[in-house]
Design a protein around this ligand. Structure first.
Ligand code: ZN
Length: 189
């Protein structure tokens, strides 16, 4: 997470109150202040605002990943008798054409942040799909037998095709399975 930029806007129309809001998609904190406010007066206020906004951001990011991990464990219990051992399950922002990736060798599962805003049953399918790769790296019949334990697999695949995120075919090598951990987007594309 990068440090937000501070932009101060002084306005004669403002008499006393100082307020702030996030602009530029959260990259900038815009501070609205009375015309007479000095930098020295604003500094401690801006510092507090910055801390508050960053705390909120950290909380939101970790909460998301924690919830995703919890959900993965629930699905692991429900569809894999709880025997899978993913080492890491988290959202990433560098996967825009794939919904997720799995590196069976290390147990790392990454889910595109785009999935976070999709219906829960689609997110669950994506988790089941990547969890199943811990047992079956390829998209063969064995793999789909595992993935189809999740009852809404077909429907979720339709949803993902519709939003342009399901590019795998059943017999091709799985594009979402990597064999090294830090290969950026998650391995063989
Ligand atoms: Zn796959």
């Amino acid at each position: 997470m990068s440090e937000p930029v501070i932009r101060i806007k002084r306005s004669a129309a403002r008499r006393r109150t100082i307020s702030a809001r996030l602009v530029d998609g959260g990259a900038t904190i815009e501070v609205l202040a009375p015309a007479g406010a000095t930098d020295a007066e604003l500094a401690p206020i801006i510092e507090r605002l910055k801390e508050r906004i960053q705390r909120r951001q950290v909380k939101r990011e970790t909460a998301d990943d924690a919830a995703l991990r919890r959900r993965a464990q629930e699905l692991n219990r429900e569809y894999f008798e709880g025997r899978l051992r993913p080492s890491e399950v988290r959202y990433v922002t560098n996967q825009n054409t794939r919904y997720g990736s799995c590196t069976p060798a290390t147990g790392v599962i990454r889910i595109s942040h785009r999935v976070a805003t999709m219906p829960a049953w689609v997110r669950d399918y994506v988790l089941v799909h990547e969890l199943a790769h811990l047992l079956e790296p390829n998209h063969g019949a064995k793999f789909w037998k595992l993935a189809n334990r999740y009852p809404r697999t077909e429907r979720a695949r339709g949803y993902l095709i519709a939003v342009g995120l399901e590019g795998d075919s059943d017999d091709a090598p799985a594009a979402d399975v990597g064999d090294t951990d830090e290969s950026g987007a998650g391995g063989a594309a």
